[in-house]
Design a binder for this molecule. Structure first.
Ligand code: NAP
Length: 492
């Protein structure tokens, strides 16, 4: 369902309100009428509006946080009553219009409600916003609306995430960031098909900071290039903040939008089909568990992705979907930095035989390191070893790991803080290189990295892999070089 455009109307005369609706009737799906600004407001006026424009109307009163209400509570309640059993929408603020809300709840009036939360100073953290949404549930609103001021670059991203989260739960929502830093939420709102987009006709009638006129918004939406991060789960990903920081550093933040989306395995094809037909989507980062499965839905595979047997990046090129792999770059770049470019002849143990292990084995054998695969499923380890002409062993023989110059841990162990590492501390020797592709969101250090540090080994955290594979993805999506330091700073 496409977003519906709404024209906010703040007028002092009822005739003028009518005229604005009439003049813009064809271009807008909704008209938002700020009732207590109308000086000659009468029940007749409301009745005539309802009669002519019923489903297209949203009514609201001044919010205490924005301006002092100049209509008595009694009058507001009369107006609320007059909307009962109509198809109009009524927007009430969960905190500043609680009395009206409670009245509505108790009196059992049938009114379609937009329940909103406004914060004109800041965007609270998502934990607090989720609590407010939980609070809203009690009133069973038709639409959940959150509108907060974006002070920090991250605020808009968090709001977009929240909107995706609600959409996933089939909760109708309008989530908006006010101010210049929030503008991207209005563009994302149309892309994500939020219920309503508030857009004035011209600049002088804007009703909230950062609002765009309908023409401006449509122009921006037409030109925005969207990249997705898809995985299951997807919430842990730090890719959006990294890519958005890159856009800002190059001044292209209003040309690109990075969205994170949970996609379960059964919906992978649906996502790819949607990507093909949506002209805005130019690429996607692919993560666990889709890196292998996705290959069968693509038109072309880059040679390296084919050799590795996994795709972590999809780019739309001339209408075709091409699969790339940048994970190997994320592994090789920090390894080359720590070994001063001399991997040739070094012995390396790769623990795991999934997508990340395949990328690691490709990178290491490319540089002529001598690789041995250790995997739980020995058949899978053997298959990987055969693909890259290297050795393999059972995970039961993990104690052999002390013999190797380089250890690359590439299983899922360590994602949870309760995981105990597959490689115990006593097996790690000083001066070994220990690279854990897994990273912890909090301090980036997994238990394995902490143990390796205790043993004076040289360590590389999964955050380095994330960074370098992300830089390569950024360049594939935008065709532009980005500063590693900019991307890195977004990960702290
Ligand atoms: P995958 O293809 O699903 O492979 C998972 C691997 O983990 C398999 O080798 C599997 O062994 C092993 N494994 C799972 N549970 C295990 C257990 N309990 N004991 C021993 N081995 C176990 O996943 P992937 O794409 O390779 O990703 C692996 C990890 O790398 C994930 O945590 C992912 O987040 C991380 N990663 C990080 C980055 C980054 O940028 N830092 C990039 C890519 C991936 P079996 O074959 O025996 O099942």
């Amino acid at each position: 369902m496409k977003t519906k455009y709404c024209l906010p109307i703040i007028e002092s005369k009822s005739t003028e309100t009518f005229k604005i609706i009439k003049d813009n009737f064809k271009n807008y799906d909704y008209f938002e009428i700020w009732l207590d600004y109308i000086e000659d407001l009468t029940p007749n006026f409301i009745d005539s509006l309802k009669k002519e424009y019923n489903v297209k109307l949203i009514f609201l009163f001044r919010r205490l946080l924005l301006a002092t209400p100049n209509m008595s509570y009694q009058k507001r309640i009369e107006l609320v009553d007059s909307l009962s059993n109509s198809k109009c929408l009524l927007d009430l603020d969960i905190f500043s219009q609680k009395k009206e809300l409670e009245y509505l709840n108790k009196s059992n009036k049938h009114i379609q409600l937009i329940l909103s939360y406004h914060n004109y100073q800041e965007t609270p953290d998502n934990k607090k916003l989720r609590k407010i949404i939980d609070l809203m549930m009690k009133y069973n609103p038709y639409i959940y609306k959150i509108s907060t001021f974006c002070k920090k670059d991250q605020d808009a991203l968090r709001l977009i995430d929240l909107s995706i989260e609600l959409k996933d739960k089939n909760i109708k929502n309008v989530i908006l960031g006010m101010g210049d830093k929030g503008t991207i939420t209005r563009i994302a709102g149309v892309i994500l098909e939020n219920e309503i987009s508030f857009t004035p006709v011209d600049t002088k009638s804007k009703s909230a900071p950062g609002q765009l006129t309908k023409e401006e918004l449509e122009e921006k939406v037409k030109n925005i290039q969207v990249c997705y991060f898809i995985a299951d789960p997807a919430r842990h990903s730090m890719s959006p903040q990294m890519h958005e920081a890159g856009y800002r550093s190059l001044g292209i933040e209003d040309k690109f939008l990075f969205l994170r989306q949970k996609v379960v395995s059964k919906d992978l094809k649906k996502f790819i089909d949607g990507m093909r037909i949506n002209p805005n989507i130019i690429g996607a980062c692919i993560s666990v568990p889709h890196k292998i499965e996705i290959m069968k839905y693509l038109d072309i595979l880059d040679e390296t992705a084919k050799k590795i047997g996994a795709v972590n990046t999809v780019v739309k090129e001339g209408g075709k979907l091409r699969g790339y792999n940048t994970d190997w770059i994320g592994i090789l770049t920090p390894l080359k930095q720590i070994t001063h470019d001399s991997l040739n002849g070094k012995t390396a143990a790769v623990v795991g035989a999934g997508g990340a292990a395949r990328a690691a084995t490709y990178a290491l054998t490319l540089e002529e390191a001598k690789v041995t695969i250790f995997n739980r499923d020995i058949e899978k380890g053997k298959a990987l070893a055969e693909d890259f002409n290297c050795k393999y062993d059972s995970l039961d023989n993990i104690k052999r790991i002390s013999e190797f110059d380089i250890i690359i841990h590439a299983t899922k162990i360590g994602l949870l803080s309760t995981d105990s590492p597959l490689i115990s501390e006593d097996l790690i020797k000083p001066n070994q290189i220990v690279f854990d592709v897994v990273y912890s969101r909090d301090d980036h250090k997994t238990e394995l990295i902490k143990q390796a540090n205790n043993k004076n080994a040289k360590t590389i955290s999964g955050i380095e892999m994330l960074l370098h594979q992300g830089v390569a993805q950024f360049e594939l999506f935008t065709g532009q070089k980005v500063s590693i330091d900019v991307m890195r700073s977004a990960l702290t």
